[in-house]
Design a protein around this ligand. Structure first.
Ligand code: 1HA
Length: 270
């Protein structure tokens, strides 16, 4: 595929091909562990992908074929978070998780090798996960002095069930691609050399579909779990649709034309 670089970053690659954006962590020497800068760059790329109307689907992945992401870089973990160049400790991956969930376009995790710790949670919050046969999944928090009690716990439990989610966190075991497939943690497992091809094929199937239907469905799936914030997201999409209607336009036009709105011609559906 002829991936075109959309923007140059230090710790990630951000590229584009035929409606698809690919955000790839580029720290293979650390199994793609993230620093605050990695996360900041991923956030920036996600925002660009959100704003770009050419982009209909986003792939999140890691370079090198040996790891998707091994979580927070423990060598920059300091007092109160992961420390970047500005010496401030941060847990900014939590904001990135929210971005992945809220972007109104499908996000696919393309997982080769390790998806561990905070890197595992990153694939969990993606809409779909496609795994290579060398993928390995697991949480390490209780082993390394961390935990993600947000989506990393509650959303994981929605996916694999309460018993399995507690097992994953309490034992910190690692699971292979087939085991992940069996527990519904990933959508598909393919040989490593077919990973990108399959993921692009799935993206193309998605890109053929109605963008508003996809957008409504993503926010509907989110709403059930996200409470007031989820309802806000779903309702925002209802507002978007309403703005497209003549009925809503009559409201705006009457204001601009300094007259009373005339909604009489609009049906009062049963
Ligand atoms: O829980 C959170 C958060 C919770 C709330 C809010 C924010 C959060 C943000 C982050 C996190 C976390 O991510 S906590 C969990 C952090 N991650 C880990 O505990 C995984 C650590 N890595 C491993 O257990 C293993 O590396 C591995 C099972 C993924 C692979 O093992 P393997 O094949 O034996 O490779 P290994 O030799 O260990 O790794 C290759 C190189 O990558 C090593 O460097 P080298 O010794 O060659 O210099 C290794 O140190 C480095 N590396 C791997 N993972 C990390 C890492 N370096 C820093 N941080 C890592 N996470």
């Amino acid at each position: 595929y002829n991936w075109q670089t959309l923007k140059d970053y230090k710790e990630i690659l951000f590229s584009y091909f035929q409606g698809i954006a690919k955000i790839s962590i580029n720290r293979p020497h650390k199994h793609n562990a993230f620093t605050p800068l990695t996360v900041q760059e991923m956030s920036d790329a996600m925002e660009l992908a959100r704003q770009n109307p050419e982009i209909g689907v986003i792939i999140i992945t890691g370079e090198g074929g040996q790891a998707f992401c091994s979580g927070g870089d423990q060598s920059v973990r300091g007092h109160g978070g992961y420390i970047g160049e500005d010496a401030v400790p941060r847990l900014n991956v939590l904001d990135l998780q929210m971005q992945i969930r809220r972007i109104p376009k499908p996000v696919i995790a393309m997982v080769a090798g390790w998806a561990i710790g905070g890197g595992h949670v990153l694939h969990v919050v993606c809409d779909l996960s496609i795994a290579a046969d060398n993928a390995r999944f697991g949480q390490t928090g209780p082993k390394v002095g961390s935990f993600d009690g947000g989506f990393g716990a509650s959303y994981l439990a929605r996916i694999v069930g309460q018993k399995k989610a507690r097992e994953i966190w309490f034992l910190c075991d690692q699971y292979n691609a087939q085991e992940a497939l069996d527990m519904g943690l990933v959508n598909k497992v393919v040989p490593l050399d077919q990973l990108e091809e399959t993921t692009v094929e799935w993206c193309r199937k998605i890109l053929e579909k109605s963008p508003i239907a996809l957008r409504m469905l993503k926010s509907a799936f989110n709403a059930e779990l996200d409470g007031q914030a989820g309802i806000q997201e779903l309702a925002g999409n209802a507002t978007l649709l309403y703005y497209l209607s003549d009925e809503a336009k009559e409201g705006k036009n009457s204001f601009l034309e300094k007259r009373k709105p005339d909604f009489s011609k609009f049906p009062k559906f049963p």
